[in-house]
Design a protein around this ligand. Structure first.
Ligand code: SF4
Length: 210
Protein backbone atom coordinates (compact mmCIF):
# COMPACT_ATOMS: atom_id res chain seq x y z
CA UNK A 1 0.00 0.00 0.00
CA UNK A 2 1.41 3.39 -0.99
CA UNK A 3 0.54 6.80 0.45
CA UNK A 4 -0.28 9.81 -1.73
CA UNK A 5 -0.79 13.33 -0.37
CA UNK A 6 -2.85 15.71 -2.51
CA UNK A 7 -2.01 19.43 -2.81
CA UNK A 8 -4.80 20.16 -0.30
CA UNK A 9 -3.09 17.92 2.23
CA UNK A 10 -5.61 15.08 1.93
CA UNK A 11 -4.09 11.61 2.16
CA UNK A 12 -4.98 8.69 -0.07
CA UNK A 13 -3.55 5.22 -0.16
CA UNK A 14 -3.24 3.20 -3.32
CA UNK A 15 -2.39 -0.30 -4.28
CA UNK A 16 -1.53 -1.73 -7.70
CA UNK A 17 -2.24 -5.40 -8.26
CA UNK A 18 -3.42 -7.39 -11.27
CA UNK A 19 -3.58 -4.33 -13.54
CA UNK A 20 -5.91 -2.66 -11.08
CA UNK A 21 -5.30 0.56 -9.17
CA UNK A 22 -7.34 0.79 -5.99
CA UNK A 23 -7.63 4.02 -4.03
CA UNK A 24 -8.41 3.95 -0.34
CA UNK A 25 -9.51 6.67 2.05
CA UNK A 26 -7.91 6.62 5.50
CA UNK A 27 -11.05 5.20 7.07
CA UNK A 28 -11.65 2.49 4.51
CA UNK A 29 -7.96 1.64 4.49
CA UNK A 30 -8.44 0.48 8.04
CA UNK A 31 -11.27 -1.70 6.79
CA UNK A 32 -9.21 -2.51 3.67
CA UNK A 33 -12.13 -1.60 1.41
CA UNK A 34 -11.26 0.01 -1.94
CA UNK A 35 -13.28 3.14 -2.72
CA UNK A 36 -12.33 3.53 -6.40
CA UNK A 37 -11.23 1.06 -9.05
CA UNK A 38 -9.69 1.73 -12.44
CA UNK A 39 -9.80 -1.45 -14.44
CA UNK A 40 -7.98 -2.12 -17.67
CA UNK A 41 -9.96 -3.94 -20.36
CA UNK A 42 -9.89 -7.63 -19.51
CA UNK A 43 -9.00 -8.73 -23.04
CA UNK A 44 -6.70 -6.95 -25.46
CA UNK A 45 -6.62 -8.42 -28.94
CA UNK A 46 -2.99 -8.03 -30.05
CA UNK A 47 -3.84 -8.54 -33.72
CA UNK A 48 -6.45 -5.76 -33.90
CA UNK A 49 -4.38 -2.68 -33.14
CA UNK A 50 -5.01 0.36 -35.33
CA UNK A 51 -2.95 3.01 -33.53
CA UNK A 52 0.70 2.89 -32.50
CA UNK A 53 2.56 5.63 -30.60
CA UNK A 54 6.33 5.74 -30.93
CA UNK A 55 8.54 7.69 -28.52
CA UNK A 56 11.14 9.04 -30.96
CA UNK A 57 13.30 10.93 -28.49
CA UNK A 58 13.47 11.72 -24.78
CA UNK A 59 14.85 15.19 -25.48
CA UNK A 60 12.82 18.39 -25.81
CA UNK A 61 13.59 21.93 -26.89
CA UNK A 62 11.30 23.40 -24.21
CA UNK A 63 11.39 23.15 -20.43
CA UNK A 64 7.76 23.54 -19.41
CA UNK A 65 7.45 23.98 -15.66
CA UNK A 66 4.73 21.33 -15.32
CA UNK A 67 6.27 18.81 -17.72
CA UNK A 68 6.01 15.24 -16.50
CA UNK A 69 9.63 14.84 -17.66
CA UNK A 70 10.87 17.89 -15.75
CA UNK A 71 12.36 15.77 -12.98
CA UNK A 72 9.78 16.98 -10.45
CA UNK A 73 7.71 13.82 -10.57
CA UNK A 74 8.45 10.62 -8.76
CA UNK A 75 9.27 7.59 -10.95
CA UNK A 76 9.38 9.69 -14.14
CA UNK A 77 12.35 10.04 -16.42
CA UNK A 78 13.92 13.45 -17.09
CA UNK A 79 14.76 15.02 -20.45
CA UNK A 80 17.91 13.41 -21.82
CA UNK A 81 19.70 12.75 -25.10
CA UNK A 82 18.27 9.28 -25.71
CA UNK A 83 16.77 8.80 -29.16
CA UNK A 84 15.22 5.70 -30.67
CA UNK A 85 17.83 3.68 -32.61
CA UNK A 86 17.48 2.43 -36.19
CA UNK A 87 17.64 -1.12 -34.80
CA UNK A 88 14.64 -0.42 -32.58
CA UNK A 89 12.87 1.27 -35.50
CA UNK A 90 13.30 -1.93 -37.51
CA UNK A 91 11.71 -3.80 -34.59
CA UNK A 92 8.91 -1.22 -34.58
CA UNK A 93 8.14 -1.88 -38.24
CA UNK A 94 8.15 -5.62 -37.57
CA UNK A 95 5.88 -5.17 -34.54
CA UNK A 96 3.41 -3.05 -36.50
CA UNK A 97 3.39 -5.57 -39.34
CA UNK A 98 2.63 -8.34 -36.88
CA UNK A 99 0.01 -6.58 -34.77
CA UNK A 100 -1.76 -4.07 -37.01
CA UNK A 101 -5.37 -4.92 -37.75
CA UNK A 102 -5.30 -6.48 -41.22
CA UNK A 103 -8.93 -5.47 -41.84
CA UNK A 104 -8.69 -1.86 -40.66
CA UNK A 105 -9.24 0.88 -43.24
CA UNK A 106 -6.52 2.97 -41.57
CA UNK A 107 -3.45 2.33 -39.44
CA UNK A 108 -2.31 5.41 -37.48
CA UNK A 109 1.24 5.89 -36.28
CA UNK A 110 1.81 8.75 -33.80
CA UNK A 111 5.19 10.35 -33.17
CA UNK A 112 5.78 11.33 -29.57
CA UNK A 113 8.65 12.65 -27.44
CA UNK A 114 9.98 14.87 -25.81
CA UNK A 115 9.82 16.87 -28.99
CA UNK A 116 9.49 14.27 -31.73
CA UNK A 117 10.69 16.66 -34.45
CA UNK A 118 14.18 16.57 -32.92
CA UNK A 119 14.34 13.06 -34.43
CA UNK A 120 12.97 14.14 -37.80
CA UNK A 121 15.35 11.99 -39.90
CA UNK A 122 14.15 8.90 -38.08
CA UNK A 123 10.52 9.94 -38.53
CA UNK A 124 11.24 10.17 -42.27
CA UNK A 125 12.82 6.72 -42.23
CA UNK A 126 9.81 5.20 -40.47
CA UNK A 127 7.28 6.91 -42.74
CA UNK A 128 9.08 5.64 -45.82
CA UNK A 129 9.12 2.08 -44.47
CA UNK A 130 5.46 2.06 -43.40
CA UNK A 131 4.22 3.75 -46.55
CA UNK A 132 5.91 0.98 -48.53
CA UNK A 133 4.03 -1.65 -46.53
CA UNK A 134 0.65 0.00 -46.05
CA UNK A 135 0.45 2.64 -48.78
CA UNK A 136 -2.70 4.74 -48.52
CA UNK A 137 -3.90 2.96 -45.39
CA UNK A 138 -1.29 4.70 -43.21
CA UNK A 139 -2.00 7.89 -41.29
CA UNK A 140 0.69 9.74 -39.35
CA UNK A 141 0.18 12.00 -36.38
CA UNK A 142 2.72 14.27 -34.72
CA UNK A 143 2.45 15.97 -31.34
CA UNK A 144 4.75 18.98 -31.28
CA UNK A 145 5.27 22.11 -29.24
CA UNK A 146 5.71 23.96 -32.56
CA UNK A 147 9.13 25.43 -31.82
CA UNK A 148 10.88 23.30 -34.45
CA UNK A 149 8.24 23.88 -37.14
CA UNK A 150 10.62 25.63 -39.51
CA UNK A 151 9.64 26.43 -43.10
CA UNK A 152 11.69 23.47 -44.25
CA UNK A 153 9.82 21.08 -41.97
CA UNK A 154 6.47 22.65 -42.85
CA UNK A 155 7.17 22.05 -46.55
CA UNK A 156 8.17 18.48 -45.74
CA UNK A 157 4.88 17.92 -43.84
CA UNK A 158 2.96 19.49 -46.72
CA UNK A 159 4.38 16.86 -49.06
CA UNK A 160 2.15 14.24 -47.36
CA UNK A 161 -1.61 14.04 -47.51
CA UNK A 162 -1.84 11.66 -44.55
CA UNK A 163 -0.09 13.69 -41.83
CA UNK A 164 -1.91 15.27 -38.87
CA UNK A 165 0.04 17.80 -36.78
CA UNK A 166 -1.08 18.66 -33.23
CA UNK A 167 0.53 21.83 -31.89
CA UNK A 168 0.25 22.52 -28.16
CA UNK A 169 -0.17 26.10 -26.91
CA UNK A 170 -1.21 27.15 -23.42
CA UNK A 171 -3.79 29.87 -23.98
CA UNK A 172 -2.58 33.44 -24.55
CA UNK A 173 1.00 34.77 -24.56
CA UNK A 174 1.03 35.62 -20.86
CA UNK A 175 -0.30 32.21 -19.78
CA UNK A 176 1.88 30.32 -22.24
CA UNK A 177 5.15 32.11 -21.49
CA UNK A 178 4.67 31.70 -17.77
CA UNK A 179 5.19 27.93 -18.05
CA UNK A 180 6.47 27.07 -21.52
CA UNK A 181 10.04 28.32 -21.67
CA UNK A 182 12.95 27.46 -23.91
CA UNK A 183 16.06 25.77 -22.50
CA UNK A 184 17.54 29.27 -22.24
CA UNK A 185 14.57 30.29 -20.07
CA UNK A 186 12.77 32.52 -22.59
CA UNK A 187 9.03 32.49 -23.32
CA UNK A 188 8.29 30.49 -26.48
CA UNK A 189 4.91 31.93 -27.52
CA UNK A 190 6.11 34.44 -30.14
CA UNK A 191 8.39 31.92 -31.87
CA UNK A 192 5.66 29.28 -32.05
CA UNK A 193 3.03 31.71 -33.33
CA UNK A 194 5.51 32.93 -35.97
CA UNK A 195 5.98 29.31 -37.10
CA UNK A 196 2.22 28.81 -37.25
CA UNK A 197 1.90 31.92 -39.43
CA UNK A 198 4.30 30.29 -41.90
CA UNK A 199 2.31 27.08 -41.62
CA UNK A 200 -0.88 28.99 -42.43
CA UNK A 201 0.75 30.77 -45.38
CA UNK A 202 2.22 27.60 -46.89
CA UNK A 203 -0.67 25.20 -46.27
CA UNK A 204 -3.71 27.31 -45.26
CA UNK A 205 -6.30 24.63 -45.94
CA UNK A 206 -4.75 22.38 -43.29
CA UNK A 207 -4.76 24.74 -40.32
CA UNK A 208 -7.55 24.09 -37.81
CA UNK A 209 -7.75 26.08 -34.57
CA UNK A 210 -9.24 24.63 -31.39
S1 SF4 B 1 6.86 20.57 -24.80
FE1 SF4 B 1 6.03 18.74 -23.82
S2 SF4 B 1 7.76 17.36 -23.51
FE2 SF4 B 1 8.60 19.40 -23.94
S3 SF4 B 1 8.94 20.32 -21.93
FE3 SF4 B 1 6.91 20.95 -22.61
S4 SF4 B 1 5.47 19.46 -21.76
FE4 SF4 B 1 7.55 18.57 -21.66
Amino acid sequence: MHKFTTSSGKCLWYDVTNNRISLYSKESEEKALPVVHFNQPAIIDGSKITMFTIEMTQQCNLRCSYCCYSGKYRDRRQHNEKEISYDTLRDVVEFIEKHADKDAAEITVCFYGGEALLARKKIEWLIEGLNTIYGERTRFSLSTNGLALTENIIDWIASFDNFLVNVTIDGNKMMHDRCRKTIAGKGSYDMIVRNLEVFKKNIPMFLIKE
